[in-house]
Every structure is written in C-alpha cells, then in structure tokens.
Write a protein that binds this ligand. Structure first.
Ligand code: BES
Ligand code: MN
Ligand code: ZN
Length: 511
C-alpha cells in the first residue's frame, strides 16, 4: 500500500453531509432465502432503488459501485456484499474487504468513508466476536489489498485507490478502541510492506549486501540490535555449507542477526524465540541448473528471510513480551568456475559432513549452518522459514504452507497464531525414516534423496540433523505460498504475498 494512506476514526452516524468521495456501506442477505435485506440509513432509498431489480443482492464477495455525480450527498456509494450475516466469518470479512479495495483501485476517489453501523447492525452476526474484531478483520483485508510494487515503474507513481480512509461508527466505545488500535494496524501494514517489497525486489538490486543494509536501517528505526556477518566472519564461524552455496556467486553473502528485547520490565521470565530465514537472493540451481521457464520467480527465494524481517518489525512495534533473535542468511546460488559441483563434500559448522549431490538443494545447506549458529544463543524455541522445496506445493497446493518439527506444542501454537489471521499452516511429518534416503557413501549425509515422494519432509529431516537434543524446533516451508496467492483478493494477484508475518508476530506475543 502507499505509505501515505491515512486512517481515521469518527464517532458519528453517517448522515447529512458524507464528506467523502465514496461511502462504503455493507449489505447483507437473509440467512435462508439469500435475499438482500433492505438497506437502512438515509441513503437507503437510493440503494434500494438500485438493487430492486436484483442488480445487487449483497452476496458475499460481490461489490457494486454507484456513481451519483453530485446527485446525492456522497459522490459515490460502494455496496459491499457480506452474504448472510449468520455465515459471516472474520476471514470472509477480510475477503469482502479485498474485493472492495480491488474495485476502488479502478476508481479515482481519494477519500473513503466506511459506514461501520451497516455491518455491525446486521441481524444474525456472531456476537461471540466483538465489533472491534469484525472491523479489524475488514480493515486488515482492505489494507493488505492496497499493496502495489511500483518501485521500478517509471512515470505515474501515485498508487491507485483512496489515500484517506475514515471509519465511521455511532458506537462511541468502538470508535475509541479503534482509534487506539489504528497504529497497530498501520504497523502490520508497514511490516507486510517490507516483507513484500523485499521479496519482489529483482535480484540485481536485491543482493545480499542490499538486504543487510536495509536490515540495518530498519533496526535503527525500530530499536533492534543488529549484527552483520560477511563471508570472512562466516569462515571464522566455520560455516562451510553456507559458504559452499555462495562459491559460485560473484556477490558476497551476508548473515544478518537482529535482536529484540522488550522495553518494559518483564512480568515473568523472558523466553527467547529464534527466527531463522532462508535468504537466497537468486536461486539458479547452481551447477544443477534449473530449467529457464519461470526461473525469474527464483528472485523470491529469499522470502523466508523477508518474512522473518517483517515479523521482527511487527513484534517490535507491538512490544511483545519475549526476546527475539532473527538470523537471516543471504546468498546467491549461481553456476560458475568456482561453484560447488555435485559430489562435493562440505563441512558444516556443526562438524557434520555433507555430500552435495544436487546443488539446487541449497536452502537446507545454508539453513543448517545458521540453525547451528543460533542454537549457541540457547533459544527456547526455533522457527525457520524457507522457500525450501517445490514438493511442498505438490503436497499442499497454494492454500497453506507446510510445517514440520519436533515439538507438537510449538507447532500448535504457531498454527493457532496463523489461524487468527486466516493464515493457514498444515503439519507434515518429519519422521526419521525420511533420512534413510539421505545416507551418503562418502559423507555423513547427502543433501538430496533419489526417491520421488516426500521431498518436503526429506528437506525438513535434513534440517533436523542440525537441531541439538532437547531443542524445540519448527520448520515452515513457504515455497508455494510466498508468492502468487491469487486465490485471496487481499493478496496481490502476482508477486509476494507477505503470508505468515502476522502469524509469527502473534506467536511471538503469545508464546
Ligand atoms: N528454491 C527452491 C524451492 C522452490 C521451488 C521455491 C519452487 C519456490 C518455487 C529450492 O532451493 C529447490 O530448488 N529445491 C529443490 C530440492 C531438490 C533438488 C531436492 C526442489 O524443490 O526441486
Ligand atoms: Mn534450489
Ligand atoms: Zn532455493
């Protein structure tokens, strides 16, 4: 979204002058007959007239834009169909909002007012959820839908869609709560913007050094500690796998370590959560080179790191009551005269040797070293996030990411945190049996198997070899969900989704 998007709250009923370019009103249907319920409020007659012939039935996900050209008090009215109120969920509210914004993008309105009363007065709305929760979900969908990546487009830079959003409600207490919480919403949008921008950045700009500099800048802004390791430092740390992957690249790798400690004195013992991100700025496959079709999508291969970055920023803004360490490992996977070759043996930081039978299975190599590194800091939980395998998309499609690990309570907690935002996470196994196919004749293990099935689990079990005894660990394979989540209207049709930033920040708050 545009960083100039302004959010406001007004405690009033929408009446008299609308004072906006477009007014959004919600329209519901009755539960059984799925007929539009007659709209209320004094724009009712206009809306009713319009929808009489069934032109707008209020079905969930539908929107209708009425242009009055000065004949009514608002220039235009956007009807937002919510479907039957009884069937409305928070995720459906996000989706309706995503559709609403998609419509507004093609119009010229700069000020949008949202008549929240028309949503909250709907009969049959689940009142176990607070009015605030409903509005938050709608706002979340709206704001996430407003993102555009225009950095590399010349000419018009104005983002499309309104730049001022006013939430109007006659409920005083809701208005107060909203006004208080708007900064949190803005923080969420900002964190997702960073994650999406990083992920979308072409890899000639988004090189390891670029992300290290960006991270330093954000760390200063958000009050995080920041340390950057270059390849010399990585060599001192004996990170043979991380360095091996970067051998074929001209551009030097970087490992960024961020640390967050809450400002307020802790009410209990602080727990330490380690977030580890795969940051392959471009994955050509190396000597095991990828086919050229859609290879450009491999600029997104650093989205694990981008997700960790966004989660750190959001958690810091929220001042979550835990200590966080983020380790983001940036490098390029390129073929070159010095590049590692299939069959090469590398020594990991942990001391274990790895036969690289496929240079395209590089993510697990760099993660193994930084997972070992972060365990020296004695975290209570470790979560790595990575675009690790195409296989996870074969198993699950794009409708959720895969999670693996050695601690069910940890996995459950992450899944719950995701569910609160409609971010779906599905557990896949990390049985030790998957290691069978990773046994090597020459080294302690090889980085890829020869079997067709279970590739995502095999990737996870490779990482598991580097988790020390007793440490709680979860691995999120976001290869299929990092980009191109066109099935939800609040994600961009193409490019980075920003998925799981909210899940991780919420987990950090609740753990
Ligand atoms: N970065 C890829 C995984 C990926 C694939 C991400 C498709 C996004 C979309 C990863 O480094 C990779 O190449 N994995 C290999 C592993 C295999 C060689 C064991 C794969 O999935 O083919
Ligand atoms: Mn690869
Ligand atoms: Zn990769």
């Amino acid at each position: 979204m545009s960083s100039i998007l302004k959010l406001e709250v007004k405690s009033a009923s929408v009446s008299g002058s609308f004072d906006c370019d477009v007014l959004a009103v919600f329209q519901n249907q009755t539960g059984k007959s799925k007929k539009a319920i007659a709209p209320r409020g004094h724009y009712a007659s206009i809306v009713e007239q319009f929808s009489k012939g069934g032109a707008f039935a209020g079905a969930h996900g539908s929107v209708s834009y009425l242009r009055f050209n000065g004949k009514a008090t608002a220039e235009s009215v956007l009807l937002v169909g919510m479907g039957a109120a009884e069937e409305l969920t928070l995720e459906k509210a996000r989706i309706a909002a995503g559709h609403a914004w998609a419509k507004l993008k093609s119009e010229k309105d700069k000020t949008l007012r949202i008549d929240l009363d028309t949503l909250l007065s709907a009969k049959g709305l689940n009142h176990e959820l607070s009015h605030f929760a409903w509005v938050s979900a709608f706002a979340e969908g709206l704001l996430l839908g407003a993102y555009e990546f225009t950095k590399h487009k010349t000419g018009k830079k104005d983002s499309s869609g309104p730049i001022r959003i006013v939430f109007v409600t006659s409920e005083k207490s809701l208005a107060q709560q909203l006004a208080k919480e708007l900064p949190r919403l803005e923080a969420m949008v900002e964190a997702l913007r960073v994650t999406r921008d990083w992920s979308n950045e072409p890899s000639n700009v988004g090189i390891p050094e670029y992300f290290a500099n960006e991270a330093r800048k954000f760390a200063r802004q958000y009050g995080l500690k920041c340390k950057v390791l270059n390849e010399k430092d990585a060599a001192r740390e004996k990170m043979g796998l991380f360095l091996g992957v970067g051998e074929g690249a001209e551009r030097e790798g970087r490992i960024v370590v961020l640390e967050y400690t809450p400002k307020a004195a802790p009410k209990r013992n602080l727990k330490t959560i380690a977030l580890v991100g795969k940051g392959v700025t471009f994955d050509s496959g190396g000597i095991s080179i990828k086919p050229s079709a859609r290879m450009e999508e491999m600029k997104h291969d650093m989205t694990g790191a981008a997700t960790v970055m966004g989660a750190m920023l959001l958690a810091a803004k929220y001042q979550v009551p835990n200590r966080l360490i983020a380790v983001m490992a940036f490098t390029e996977n390129m073929p070159d005269g010095r590049a590692i070759q299939p069959g090469n043996v590398l020594v990991s930081r942990a001391g274990k040797t790895v036969e690289v039978v496929n240079t395209d299975a590089e993510g697990r190599l760099i993660l193994a070293d930084v997972l070992d590194y972060v365990q020296d800091m004695k975290p209570d939980a470790i979560i790595d996030v990575a675009t690790l395998t195409g296989a996870v998309g074969i198993a699950l499609g794009k409708f959720c990411c895969g999670i693996f690990g050695n601690d069910e309570a940890l996995i459950d907690a992450i899944r719950r945190a995701g569910a609160a935002h409609g971010e779906r996470i599905w557990e896949l196994p990390a049985y030790d049996d998957y290691f069978e196919d990773l046994k090597s004749d020459t080294a302690d293990m090889r980085n890829s198997g020869y079997e067709g099935g279970g590739g995502a689990s095999r990737g996870a079990v490779f990482l598991k070899q580097f988790i020390r005894k007793g440490n709680a660990w979860a691995h999120m394979d976001i290869a299929a969900t990092a980009a191109g989540l066109s099935y939800l209207p609040y994600y961009p049709k193409k490019g980075a989704s920003g998925c799981y930033v909210r899940a991780l920040a919420r987990f950090a708050a609740e753990f």
